[in-house]
Write a protein that binds this ligand. Sequence first.
Ligand SMILES: [Zn+2]
Length: 76
Amino acid sequence: MAYASYACKFCSANLDGGDIFEVFLKKMEREKALKSAKVYGWSETNKIHFNKAIIVQPDRDEQYLICPYCKNKDPL
Ligand SMILES: [Zn+2]
């Protein structure tokens, strides 16, 4: 899922974790990085970024995201 903005809507912290392909490219060769990025839904026309929001998985309920800085729910 791509977001127009990576700023937390509560505390305005920057939750942009960087272009997914670029992040992988620093760790592995180009072809492998491209493959890995595509697993996350990244493509040449939809260059989505990682975000730093933390996924919380409760026992029974659906998972949700929290801001790592202010801990508010669904920061993006
Ligand atoms: Zn926040």
